[in-house]
Design a protein around this ligand. Structure first.
Ligand SMILES: *Cc1c(COP(=O)(O)O)cnc(C)c1O
Length: 385
């Protein structure tokens, strides 16, 4: 049996039950389960606001747009970001007419606060932080920099569903990040099909998100002025050209069925990470691990190693029925962000040497041992296929 990098695990009966509710009620669109899931997510995270979107990408796009409009940013203004991410993070900046300014990563593979400080100019308008692999990295230091400079912080928490600090607090909460965006895409820790959540610390930003995500439609104007008695419920105002980024009840139904399993699944991911770590302990000079901060209880979306001959190892593992992944090619290697090529040596090194090993609920201790043995055989004994 081939061993894949990711394989979503669903509570099938619970999912079917939740989806059945939607079908029997005859409502699969926005509302109903989407509202239920927003409430459930607020309960789970303790966050003040949550709006359910059709993806994390949609949430990131809106995060940059609403801050740009609110704070009057202009074309060419800068957002400091990481090259080591899925392109959504940086597309969100570029498509709003802003300039992604790439800072380097540290040994957690998250943004290095020192590099961020070096990149701050009088055109810096925000920082975009990615909780890489579920890690908090040095987020607290980044929060301090942002507060000190008075610039907003957007947290791309696509990998962070379930990540906490050791004291139980939630990364980015209590206004540490202005906007947090989660992903419930098919291979993330809380898989649906495609969906996400955008959580604003400020109620007005949340209201803006709700309007923008639905074509700029504002139902509240009439609700407040005319329909106190419930008449004219069908009237609404349209303020500008918004997006169509709302999530739907079918995806939310799956999310509601999956949420009760998130903490247990993440605990198992941490166990897998410990098993891998122990397998590689003796080979730390040739198989290097990614540091997770002591106070971070990571969702462990990823378990990664760094090796000299990454591409060779990938092929060797493939030849042995193991299909790992690469997170990520530094975005500065892509044509559209190549203006920054060479500016982030750590990220570019990682980009060439990192491997993500299989990490999901179907992986057993035996699998970890088998995968690790293949890795050691190739890297340490320099076996070739
Ligand atoms: C998956 C991912 C996204 C995009 O999430 P979608 O829900 O697929 O839009 C953004 N950023 C990172 C770091 C991701 O891993």
């Amino acid at each position: 049996m081939p061993i894949q990098l990711f394989q979503a695990h669903f509570d099938v009966e619970a999912c079917l039950g939740q989806v059945r509710d939607c079908l029997e009620r005859g409502w699969t669109g926005m509302g109903y389960k989407t509202v239920e899931f927003e409430e459930a997510w607020k309960g789970y995270t303790g966050l003040r606001n949550a709006y359910y979107t059709n993806s994390n990408t949609a949430g990131l796009y809106m995060a940059v747009d609403i801050l740009r409009d609110r704070l009057d940013w202009s074309e060419g203004d800068e957002i400091i970001t990481t090259p080591l991410t899925f392109v959504s993070t940086n597309h969100a900046i570029a498509r709003s007419g802003l300039r992604p300014v790439f800072a380097d990563v540290d040994d957690t593979l998250c943004l290095d606060p020192d590099s961020v400080e070096e990149r701050i100019t009088d055109r810096t308008r925000a920082v975009m932080f990615v909780g890489f692999g579920g890690s908090t990295g040095r987020l607290a230091d980044i929060v301090a920099i942002c507060k000190n400079k008075g610039i907003p912080l957007i947290l791309d928490a696509a990998h962070m569903a379930g990540t906490r600090y050791a004291d139980g607090s939630l990364p980015g909460a209590n206004g540490d990040a202005d906007i947090i965006v989660y992903s419930f895409q098919a291979v993330k820790n809380l898989p649906t099909g495609d969906s996400g959540m955008i959580c604003c610390s400020d109620d007005q930003l949340d209201a803006e998100v709700r309007k923008r995500a639905w074509l700029g439609i504002n139902k509240d104007t009439y609700a407040r002025t005319i329909s106190k008695d419930g008449t004219y419920k069908w009237r609404y105002d349209v303020e500008y050209i918004g997006d169509k980024y709302n999530g739907n009840a079918i995806m939310a139904a799956i999310a509601l069925a999956q949420l009760p399993h998130l903490d247990r699944d993440n605990a198992y991911r941490r166990t897998l990470a410990e098993w891998y770590t122990r397998q590689f302990e003796a080979w730390s000079d040739k198989i290097r691990l990614v540091r997770v901060p002591d106070d971070c209880v990571s969702s462990r979306h990823l378990f990664q190693i760094l090796v000299d001959d990454r591409d060779g190892l990938m092929m060797y593992l493939n030849a042995n029925g193991v299909y790992p992944g690469v997170h990520y090619t530094a975005n500065t290697e892509y044509r559209m962000y190549s203006y920054a090529k060479g500016t982030c040596p750590n990220a570019e090194y990682v980009s060439e040497h990192v491997v993500s090993l299989p990490m999901h609920m179907g992986i057993t201790f035996e699998d970890v041992r088998e995968i690790s043995e293949h890795v050691v055989r190739y890297v340490v004994n320099e076996l070739r296929c």
